[in-house]
Design a protein around this ligand. Sequence first.
Ligand code: F6R
Length: 610
Amino acid sequence: MCGIVGYIGDKNCVPILIDGLKRLEYRGYDSAGIGIVRENDAIVVKNKGKVSLLEEKLVEQNLNSNLGIGHTRWATHGIPNEQNAHPHTNSKNNLFIIHNGIIENFQVLKNALIKLGYTFESDTDSEVFAHLIDSFLNKGYNLSKSVQMALIEVDGTYGLAVIYTLEPDKIIVARKGSPLVIGLGEGENFIASDVSAILAHTKQVIYLDDGEFAEVSINNFAVKTIEDETIEKEIHEINMSLDEIDKSGFNHFMLKEIMEQPESVRNSMRGRLQAESGSAKLGGLTDVVDRLINSKRIIISACGTSWHAALVGEYMLEQYARIPVEVEYASEFRYRSPIISSHDSFLVISQSGETADTLAALREAKNKGALALGICNVVGSTIARESMAGVYIHAGPEIGVASTKAFTSQLVVLALITLLISKRKGISKTKAVELATELNAIPKKIEQILNLNEGIERLAKDFQNAQNFLYLGRGYNFPVALEGALKLKEISYIHAEGYPAAEMKHGPIALIDENMPVVFIAPKDSTYGKVINNIQEVKARGGRIIAIADDADGEIDEIVDYTIKVPRTIEMLTPILTSIPLQLLAYHIAVKKGLNVDQPRNLAKSVTVE
Ligand code: F6R
């Protein structure tokens, strides 16, 4: 949430900042701004709305500077407008800050600063940083010390970057709860909230950890704790190319990422799945696998789409690995005094690896002695680094705000973990080989589903004006119903509910009439017969039915209004296939409604605030 980028070097920073902000726009896009320092002069340019509007404004001004910071905002405190956009400045206009996170005690600090004579221009919590740091500069401290002292006073979370006209040879950055990386170049350095912003310039990065701050100059960087201890940091090489974060000819990142799924799930399995022997090798779990297998309970915790993947994981692990599994919303887990011990394994799932609630749940479980594991996509993310062990899904960068390829790759990794544990717990070789062989065949089956794209686009036309949607599924496909509904509502703004199909009779059936489209996820699995009964109940009440069904199912076409056929697989893997037509349906409906599917209103890709 919110994107941060900064540059110090001998080039003009303005195009670098704008390019970085465009790449970060998926993190927040309600306003943007840059602050630059040149020859003791400081200039801030900000704008409500997209980075492209800021860019237009900047073209007119033709600015040039070797030091600058930029920010794209996802509003927390204060509406999206120019005043609330970052950077924020002190009243002398010689100090600029950009901030990602929330200052919990901002009102107390603000009141104290107002008493000291400071005036505030915005409604944001972030502006407190500008005046608070200024108050220490006024006492004669240098910039680094002033930032450090301000951080001691602040409760809350921050990824922070600060520049100051009187010390134009540095950017100060700090991190607590919101990611920050330093990018190392030749005669230039960068700072950013994630590597995509600076990947065009460098692949050498340093990840700041919570409680650290750094002074970054043209040729150097120094990292310290807020308590002033110097820290040696490891330099990481980013293994990602610029192509991976471009649209590659697609109209939207979301469509590109949907279409990438044969490859992304292949990458999730590569080097891990041994189909012939029916086994899985997960290097990241090697050291903890015995403890995992002997856990009395596995708790899986996540948010949003990743939480839906967790629900599927629960079905997989309980069916095959025979370990009790509980699934928890991370946001609920952390505030309800959970009972957890060293006999539990606690597995968090997060595409970004930065979701604040998921990270807090992981830390809570770790503190309570559980085996704390992570399934993440973003390499080097906070959750990946703080987990005791884990597995990367290797889906590649996911930029579209609506999660698609990360979901299917999360399911693949959960299937691999299931295979790994159940093999060790003695499932039959035949069963293990069947499971592994089916998993191996999944990418090809996804290719077949993606060939249905045009048909699904035509179907979307019939439903673009719907006001509501119901998604129903059972067993493994109940979480898919939730995920299908989430995809539709987040990008098309159509109200959609996901339910277990059998629950419909306990309330939602009252909603059904000829204006209510109902999507049934109905592959031929162990619940098929029951789902058909539920379909009949909807049909009897005039609902318009779309069914996601097996390609060999001839009978369902007679009952429903529309079918989307997916290839057959074993029950446990059906969600990987059935979720894909629902991604395409949501995508095409949203596009037909003229909406920005990659940046839906009010959302951001990485939810780093509670
Ligand atoms: C929905 C979506 C969100 C995320 C959720 C968790 O399409 O993307 O619901 O799944 O915010 O994010 P991660 O997986 O990054 O922890």
